[in-house]
Design a protein around this ligand. Structure first.
Ligand SMILES: [Zn+2]
Length: 209
């Protein structure tokens, strides 16, 4: 685990999307953000256990329902009993009650991470699913995409990526709604947060983007 910010860590295993841990003020509780690919579950659980955090994970916050972010969530939930939080619209796409907006996303939508033994907790934006963590509706990459803020940190998922030259949108074939995606990029840029923790790539200082 790598320290990113007080009470914020990035897990060190490299497959799937970046996974982060946030500790609540008294360190008695931990939230896991984006557990990663289905086959990452064992290494995520092992890393949490080695760091004395496995028993502390009460919440799994998922930015969106792509396999590289949500895939490990069912197994980590089974190992911890944590609540899994996901944007409502993404949960609907995952369950087949909402049609994905692009052909590629309809193909991705045929995959489901498996049963959530303790169910899903749905987000619409604006909730505080974990002490000090606020969720922010950032649709575009997916219809129910959520970013999370904690202090001076924003966890952006795949709403937007960072480069040495500024923000970068993900490829169009992965984008449900390009207009919404640009609006979400502006929302994140305008937060005034200092640390940018993306779903892919390294943590960056936001003012440098
Ligand atoms: Zn994604």
């Amino acid at each position: 685990m790598q320290s990113v910010y007080p009470s914020v860590f990035r897990l060190s295993r490299g497959a799937g999307a970046n996974a982060y841990v946030v500790l609540a003020g008294d360190t008695s509780r931990a939230a896991l953000i984006d557990p990663g690919m289905p086959w990452d579950a064992g290494s995520v659980i092992g890393e949490l256990r080695r760091n004395g955090l496995l028993d502390k994970v009460t919440d799994i916050l998922v930015t969106h329902a792509d396999i590289d972010h949500v895939g490990a969530a069912p197994k980590v939930q089974a190992a911890t009993g944590a609540a899994v939080w996901l944007g409502r619209a993404d949960a609907e796409v995952m369950d087949g009650t909402r049609r994905a907006s692009t052909a590629y996303r309809r193909l991705l939508g045929r995959w489901h991470p498996g049963p959530f033994t303790k169910g899903l907790s749905l987000l619409d934006g604006g909730e505080e699913p974990f002490p000090g963590v606020t969720c922010l509706a950032t649709p575009g990459h997916t219809p129910g995409h959520m970013a999370f803020t904690f202090g001076d940190v924003v966890f952006a998922g795949d709403a937007v990526l960072g480069t040495d030259h500024g923000f970068r949108q993900l490829p169009g074939f992965l984008t449900s709604d390009p207009t919404q995606a640009l609006a979400s990029e502006r929302l994140i840029a305008g937060l005034g947060a200092r640390w940018f923790c993306p779903g892919h790539g390294r943590v960056r200082e936001l003012k440098a983007l």
